[in-house]
Design a protein around this ligand. Structure first.
Ligand code: GTQ
Ligand code: FE2
Length: 367
């Protein structure tokens, strides 16, 4: 037996021993570990309202609410092998409730929100506060807050749910609870315990915070204001619309916790962007992932060289570290977006870059 064979034999034995001992040889997998740039499995993708709306209508006719509890068509990013995730950290879905339907009360560790697209009469009860909503309103049901939904109107209501389900699940911290008890009885809906308009009356005027209430409204820290009205957001965007804005984000506002000034939830940041007529942002990329919902206008967004032309109620996503830039093509446009930026920031992993017209790439400050 030669030395070489010996050596090869020893190495082969090492490999099979390692495998039997549940060890992996670093040098066999280092390409999977020493990654130079983020390698998201999620891909840039766009869902058109014209494809979704008829299927939601079929689901509304044929899937009883008792069977589904929440009648949702969930975005499954084609890069994520059929998982119901729009990016590796974010879950999103279109939900439809027919008049009179109800989703039973529950709570969970994933943070959740809905952003209303159609219909009047939809409501969510969050920790005893009943919130009626209409187009463009953002309603929060953060980690640990009891919530039930319903539709007391005369037409179907449709909204977009956004949750941090995959992020929480990647940490194996998912918990859903359905055993809501009031007066020692198990209930499927909450009784109303807060005055109508509570969140709005207490918190909706920027720069003024009430001193006579406990701002903690749940098990963990989050915004005590559970609803952000589109009419307020639109008015804010309008009031800012003659300012230069940002070359990367145009006129963007973040929905903030009125007490801390920080994001409304610990893991996700919610924003609305106004693109002025013909405005085109410069390309940027971020280590966070983004989900966009078109509220007003038409436009196109280029993500990693692919162009997505959008219309109202369309949804699209930009995975981490993908270059993206927006352009309005029919007058003003308004985009609503959600990112996992607060989670990345807390972990020291948030980075942003921009690219100039001449191709130069430079770092943007992470605020
Ligand atoms: O509205 O409470 O799409 O708990 C998925 C899980 C919606 C909700 C979803 C949920 C909800
Ligand atoms: Fe929920």
């Amino acid at each position: 037996m030669t030395m070489e064979l010996d050596h090869a034999g020893v190495r082969a034995q090492l490999s099979s021993d390692a495998s039997a001992l549940n060890l992996v040889e670093f040098w066999e997998q280092r390409m999977e570990i020493e990654i130079e740039e983020p390698r998201p499995r999620a891909v840039p993708y766009h869902w058109q309202w014209s494809d979704i709306q008829p299927r939601l209508a079929v689901a509304a006719r044929t899937v009883p609410i008792e069977e589904c509890e929440r009648r949702a068509l969930v975005f499954a990013n084609p890069g994520l092998s059929g998982k119901p995730y729009i990016t590796q950290t974010i879950f999103a879905a279109y939900s439809l409730y027919n008049p009179g339907e109800q989703a039973p009360v529950h709570r969970h560790t994933p943070n959740a929100s809905r952003f209303v697209l159609e219909g009047k009469g939809g409501f969510t009860v969050v920790n005893g506060e009943k919130i009626l909503m209409s187009r463009g309103d953002l309603v929060l049901t953060p980690n640990g807050c009891w919530h039930d939904h319903g539709n007391e109107g005369t037409e179907p209501v449709i909204w977009v749910d956004v949750l941090d389900v995959p992020l929480v699940e990647s940490l194996n911290a998912t918990m859903f609870e359905f055993d809501y008890v009031e007066d020692e009885q198990r209930r499927t809906v909450q009784s109303i315990a807060a005055p109508s308009g509570h969140s709005t009356h207490l918190y909706s005027r920027g720069g003024l915070t009430p001193t006579f209430v406990d701002h903690r409204r749940g098990r963990v820290d989050h915004s005590p204001m559970f609803v952000y009205r589109w009419k307020d957001t639109r008015a804010a965007l309008d009031a800012m619309s003659s300012l230069p804005g940002s070359p990367y984000d145009a006129i963007t506002v973040e929905y903030t916790n009125p007490v801390s000034g920080g994001p409304v939830m610990q893991t996700m940041s919610y924003r609305s962007t106004l693109l002025r007529a013909g405005e085109r942002t410069l390309p940027q990329r971020r280590t966070s992932s983004s989900v966009f919902v078109v509220l007003e206008g038409t436009g196109k967004t280029e993500i990693n060289g692919k162009t997505f032309e959008w219309k109202p109620n369309d949804v699209f996503c930009a995975p981490p570290w993908s270059w993206y830039q927006h352009e309005s093509t029919g007058g003003e446009a308004a985009l609503y977006s959600v990112t996992d930026e607060p989670a990345l920031k807390k972990l020291g992993l948030m980075r942003k870059q921009a690219r100039n017209d001449d191709g130069t790439i430079f770092e943007l400050e992470v605020a």
